[in-house]
Write a protein that binds this ligand. Structure first.
Ligand SMILES: Cc1cc2nc3c(=O)[nH]c(=O)nc-3n(C[C@H](O)[C@H](O)[C@H](O)COP(=O)(O)OP(=O)(O)OC[C@H]3O[C@@H](n4cnc5c(N)ncnc54)[C@H](O)[C@@H]3O)c2cc1C
Length: 372
């Protein structure tokens, strides 16, 4: 059996694909294993497609650092490769509530976001009037914050481009290869999959919703990961009908588990409302929640304008990404809880995880050398 330098579990996701590209460019022989028959079939293909600036993240977290770096990397990469990228900007808007507790809550949230975004050095501007809002989007809002650098991307084009780059180096990708068992045999992992067995000298676990299970199979730590579902409705008539070309987000309270149900233009001209954030095993969220969220900004919307589109599930483990070297011999790097903004951060996550692995391999080689 051929032994690869490293194996990526979950190679069909955007993070796995970015890691494949990163490690293959470093000259390692890489095998990527993916359980589905094609790319981006799970969380990576069922999200909002937003390349976040890091504005929403708490300073000092891994998420804030990787979102900031990753969003710049992926924007540059997409421009270079001709991947569809729509520079929408993001308006975090305060709806036109009557003065009262609601308005103060919204103002407090915007203020908190502003402090965080400013600390991160993300470029933005205050919009202080209804007329100012209307120069950005024809919505009902009394003001907010506008972040011009934010874009939406064609995820499928991104993932296939990252994989194409990796395949030009010493990389293989196996689809339909669900990892069913992992043995540690001396200095190697032997992975049993639905389509054969593979051996590698190290393992990067980027299996998204399956990452806790892959860690367990590899003899790594147990992680209790939550699954949070986000549903989307499509607005009939798309961007053209509603004349919305900017992402319109609500200002969410500090402890919120999501960035809120927003109006989301896409690179293909479609327009979506979503996502909510509920435990994956809960009942579907009533349509009315989405209608009301959309009507906050577009009061003319009726129930008939929204059509159910899709739902995505993200893994949640605490409030930050966990990218950990959980074993050194043979190296195991676990990526746990890669929720939003994992798409925006993917290329920076790949650089981080790739450096962690390569440093471990180098340290191991130095150690072996000094014992000789
Ligand atoms: C509703 C929603 C909205 C979001 N919006 C945004 C956004 O706008 N911007 C943003 O930056 N982020 C967003 N995110 C987060 C983003 O989608 C994720 O962080 C990102 O897609 C994670 O990519 P991944 O490659 O880690 O995971 P995945 O795409 O889930 O890839 C993991 C892969 O591992 C495979 N796998 C699992 N188990 C096994 C196994 N045993 N053997 C082989 N393969 C296995 C899976 O099939 C899957 O293809 C959103 C997420 C959700 C759910």
């Amino acid at each position: 059996m051929n032994t690869y330098d490293t194996c990526i579990a979950g190679a069909g996701g955007v993070v796995g694909s970015a890691i494949l590209r990163n490690l293959s460019a470093r000259g390692l022989s890489v095998i990527g294993l993916e359980k589905h028959d094609g790319p981006a079939r799970e969380t990576s293909g069922l999200n909002s497609r937003v390349i976040h600036s890091g504005f929403h993240e708490t300073r000092g977290t891994l998420k804030s650092r990787l979102a900031l770096d990753g969003s710049r990397m992926v924007t540059e990469y997409a421009r270079h490769k001709g991947i569809r990228l729509l520079n929408t900007g993001m308006l975090i808007a305060i709806p036109r509530h009557p003065i009262g507790a609601g308005l103060w809550r919204e103002l407090d949230s915007v203020w908190r976001l502003w402090r965080g975004g400013k600390a991160q050095g993300v470029e933005f501007r205050w919009i202080l009037s209804r007329a100012g809002v209307r120069t950005i989007a024809p919505i009902e809002a009394s003001g907010g914050i506008f972040i011009p650098s934010v874009s939406v991307i064609d995820v499928m084009q991104l993932v296939t481009s990252l994989q194409r780059d990796a395949l030009e180096n010493a990389t293989e990708i196996r689809y339909g290869a669900e990892i069913l068992g992992i043995d540690v045999a001396g200095d190697r992992y032997v992975l049993t999959t639905a389509s054969g067995s593979f051996a590698s000298r190290s393992l990067i676990n980027s299996a998204g919703l399956g990452a806790a299970e892959v860690s367990r199979m590899a003899g790594g730590p147990e992680y209790a990961v939550e699954r949070i579902r986000g549903e989307y409705y499509e607005l009939r008539g798309g961007m053209e009908r509603w004349n919305i070309r900017t992402l319109v987000y609500p200002a969410m309270p500090g402890r919120s588990r999501s960035k809120g149900i927003h109006l989301g233009p896409r690179t293909d001209g479609r327009l979506f409302v979503g996502p909510d954030a509920t435990p994956a095993d809960s009942e579907p969220t009533p349509k009315d929640v989405f209608v009301r969220a959309a009507r906050n900004f577009l009061p003319q919307i009726t129930d008939a304008d929204l059509e159910y589109a899709y739902a995505g599930i993200r893994p949640k483990y605490g409030s930050d990404f966990q990218i950990r070297l959980d074993r050194t011999h043979p190296p195991l790097v676990n990526l746990i809880g890669i929720d939003s903004p994992g798409l925006s951060s993917a290329m920076a996550i790949a650089e981080y995880a790739g450096s962690l692995l390569c440093k471990t391999i180098r340290d191991g080689e130095r150690l072996q050398h000094s014992f000789r």
